[in-house]
Design a protein around this ligand. Structure first.
Ligand SMILES: [Zn+2]
Length: 211
């Protein structure tokens, strides 16, 4: 197991390496941020958004929670979305799930309790809406991974219904929502769905309370 002191040692090594390679790096960081992307991903320790997309600090505004959920009552995420879209004016929001997700597995099995159980209400509802399709799959891994994909698509649609995103679409602000899934077994990201102002109006996405 990695001791916490190693994190601090590694940080020192990283900082001096960055200065050696890019002497202006930290003085530029202090000036401010102008990321193009907001990333909404899972808290899982094996999923490292910046590392797997080779993004440098400053490239991505980020929010992570168990099972990469978008909940309109989540003040934390709603603030992140509001700031990213209206102040930073990101052009892309990515909701990225990952195969083998523990949160989605728990939602599939339904056997959690406490805050995690409450948190996972949305993927459990997704499971119930697609129970026929999921039941047809042979093994548990396929069931989990299909629910991972369905969850990403559902969360992406929930994202499209948030007030901030609807306002951005309505005013013509360039913004595209992307639903992706990361494969732990090969390190690759697969694209699942995309929503922009045009497709949102075509599919008639409505505010959640009206859905
Ligand atoms: Zn996960």
């Amino acid at each position: 197991m990695r001791q916490y002191k190693q994190l601090l040692l590694a940080n020192k090594a990283w900082a001096s390496e960055m200065v050696e390679e890019h002497p202006e790096f930290f003085s530029r960081q202090v000036v401010g941020q102008k990321p193009d992307f907001l990333w909404i991903g899972c808290s899982d320790s094996r999923v490292s958004p910046e590392q797997m997309t080779m993004t440098q600090p400053g490239g991505m505004f980020m929010h992570r929670n168990i099972a990469n959920l978008v909940d309109e009552n989540d003040l934390n995420l709603m603030s992140v979305i509001q700031y990213a879209v209206t102040v930073l004016r990101v052009s892309h929001i990515i909701v990225c799930g990952h195969y083998g997700c523990g949160g989605v597995t728990a939602a599939l099995n339904g056997g959690t309790e406490g805050p995690v159980h409450e948190w996972l209400a949305s993927p459990r509802a997704t499971r119930d809406r697609h129970s026929g399709e999921i039941a047809c799959l042979d093994d548990q891994t396929s069931k989990i991974n299909r629910l991972v994909e369905l969850n990403v698509i559902d969360q992406l649609e929930r994202l499209a219904r948030t007030e901030t995103v609807r306002d951005a679409f309505a005013t013509g602000q360039p913004l595209t929502l992307h639903g992706w899934v990361y494969d732990l077994s090969d390190g690759l990201i697969r694209t699942l769905a995309e929503i922009d102002a045009k497709t949102a109006s075509k599919t008639g996405l409505q505010p959640l309370e009206a859905a």
